[in-house]
Unconditional design. Structure first.
Length: 90
């Protein structure tokens, strides 16, 4: 794995590349934390949040809601196309 050097914005806590002169999230141009332990903890926290989001997306209820929304969207499109094609002259 490549050694990517990161720094943490003191204002918003977002990880940034060392080459950046300002934070890509909030635009901060002040001090950045370069402590390896802090950088590691921020990256691990971000990974944990991603895992939680993925597990939340895969719940059966979430999939059922997505399926119902998809069917509703397709029915609306079908109805719009049908109305456009069979439009009454009156």
């Amino acid at each position: 794995m490549r050694d990517v050097r990161l720094k943490i914005c003191d204002l918003c806590g977002a990880p940034n590349l060392m080459e950046n002169t300002e934070c890509h999230v909030c635009g901060w141009r002040g001090h950045f934390s370069t402590d390896p332990a802090k950088v590691r903890s921020v990256i691990e926290a971000a990974r944990r949040l991603q895992v939680q989001e993925r597990t939340r997306e895969r719940t059966p209820l979430r999939q059922l809601v997505w399926w119902a929304e998809e069917i509703w969207y397709r029915l609306q499109n079908w109805y719009r196309r049908r109305r456009r094609y069979y439009r009454s002259p009156f």
